[in-house]
Design a protein around this ligand. Structure first.
Ligand code: GUN
Ligand code: ZN
Length: 465
């Protein structure tokens, strides 16, 4: 039996870029989302215009209905290591906190517990789809995929590949042969395993070298060959790019020095052999997401735009690890699609509206003319439709357009009093569009997990336990 979900609907309709998000913002105060038996959106609009016999009415008022959030960069094996003190920036923190913590997933029970906790946190935060940076251990990835399927969530994930690194990462490092074999086995086991069809699956696999410094040129070449052979099956690529540029000892400088390349992106673009500008197959494309991309050269942004590669912007993590601020205006102007990422545990927030709030704060604070007050519709776009685009799933999810799969959350302001106060009593302009924007902004900025009272994937309610 189809359902008529009644509440205040907000979404970004159609297929705009971030520049067009404000014009594409839809707000329907007494709205309805009609979802058929297959979990597909068949109507979105005013409640009093719902076609007759559309189904059972589920009244969520005074709740808001928003598309489910899409986290384009979050670390499963860091579920229990958020807010870890590492005594330094990225490379020190990896060494002191992250490699040892991720090694603990060698214990299958620990890994299974992490998968349960990770899915719990996703549901609490309304993250219906995510590009999940995986564990090095195949049994841990099995736990992640199994638990995700059991809970009815969506996921794209792949084991984090490491073939070189410091002593603290030894448990995560494999031989060159095993690196390729294990990724290949993961693809065969889990890619579209739920439906057997990439176009309808909720489980997908990515090829995920941790970052260029954690692998060798041989690994990049072998994984590039593997990726080239499975790209046509809709397999994804995911890694980190241009995160920390501390002079001399930071990630960017060390990568360029190690690979003798002019740009960090070259290492993912099949151009990683010293001096020669060649090396292997490129990982870039419409199913490739590079996290951070804070310190990109123009040539790197142009290449990402040209290939359809997306950026996962992770401002919460960038503050936590002192990685700097991705230049918003310049990156938008490059034409690269920018989606949001929590980067949990580099970031210490799972809830993507908190991460979007950090985006608002860091970009309004950029120096001089670079500072920008991001429109609330652009924030909503970045947390929903841009994520669907980054995953090449815009035809399925990301908004409430007719025919999409109904992934949505219910936000009840009464369930979180600070939000309720802002919604009911906060300042509103006399001008209707501005008043609408103020409501959306209050919703995004003041929302916390308790306000997310229901989460739906493909029209099916996901239970918290
Ligand atoms: N670069 C390589 N590994 C990591 C990681 O785990 N977190 C972040 N933020 N950056 C990385
Ligand atoms: Zn990360």
């Amino acid at each position: 039996m189809s359902r008529v979900h009644r509440g205040h609907v907000f979404h970004i309709a159609g297929s705009p870029t971030v520049d067009g998000a404000a014009d594409a913002l839809v707000s329907i105060p007494d709205g309805a989302l009609v979802v058929d038996d297959d979990g597909v959106v068949v109507y979105v609009g005013d409640f009093d215009r719902v076609p007759p016999d559309s189904g059972i009415v589920v009244d969520h008022r005074p709740g808001f209905l928003l598309p489910g959030f899409i986290d384009t960069h979050v670390h499963f094996p860091q579920t229990f290591v958020g807010d870890a003190y590492g005594g330094g920036q990225l490379l020190e923190w990896l060494n002191a906190c992250i490699f040892p913590s991720e090694s603990m997933l060698a214990d299958p029970q620990f890994a299974a517990d992490a998968a349960v906790a990770f899915c719990d946190r996703r549901i609490a935060a309304g993250t219906t789809q995510a590009m999940v940076f995986g564990s090095a251990f195949p049994h841990a990835q099995d736990s992640l995929f199994e638990e995700t399927r059991r809970r009815g969530l969506r996921v794209v994930s792949g084991r984090g590949v490491q073939t070189t690194g410091p002593d603290s990462a030894q448990a995560l490092i494999t031989s060159e042969e095993d690196a390729v074999r294990l990724v290949s086995e993961e693809i065969e086991k889990w890619h579209a395993a739920d439906t057997g069809d990439v176009a309808t699956a909720k489980l997908h696999v990515a090829v995920v070298p941790r970052f260029s410094l954690s692998v060798t040129t041989e690994t990049l070449r072998n994984l590039g060959d593997l990726y080239d052979s499975v790209r046509g099956r809709g397999v994804y690529f995911h890694s980190h790019l241009n995160e920390n540029d501390r002079p001399g000892t930071g990630e960017v400088a060390t990568t360029k020095e190690t690979y003798q390349v002019d740009s960090y992106l070259d290492t993912y673009d099949g151009r990683f052999l010293p001096g020669s500008k060649v090396g292997g197959k490129s990982f870039l494309g419409k199913r490739s997401i590079l996290a951070h991309s804070v310190h990109c050269q123009d040539v790197e942004l142009a290449r990402m735009a040209e290939t359809g590669t997306s950026i996962s912007h992770c401002p919460t993590s960038q503050q936590f690890l002192g990685s700097g601020t991705m230049p918003w205006k310049r990156t938008v102007a490059s034409g690269v699609n920018i989606a949001i990422g929590s980067d949990y545990g580099g970031g210490d927030e799972f809830l993507l509206t908190r991460v979007l709030g950090d985006a608002f704060k860091v970009h309004i604070s950029e120096a001089g003319d670079d500072g920008v007050s991001i429109h609330p519709a652009e924030l909503l776009f970045t947390g929903t439709l841009a994520g669907a685009r980054a995953l090449d799933m815009e035809d399925r999810i990301g908004n409430f357009d007719h025919g999409k799969e109904a992934d949505f959350i219910v936000v009840d302001p009464a369930a979180w009093p600070p939000l309720g106060g802002l919604i009911d009593r906060g300042v509103r302009s006399e001008e209707p569009d501005m008043a609408r924007d103020q409501t959306l902004f209050a919703l995004l900025m003041a929302m916390r997990e308790p306000a997310i009272t229901e989460v739906y994937v493909q029209g099916r309610r996901i239970d918290a336990v």
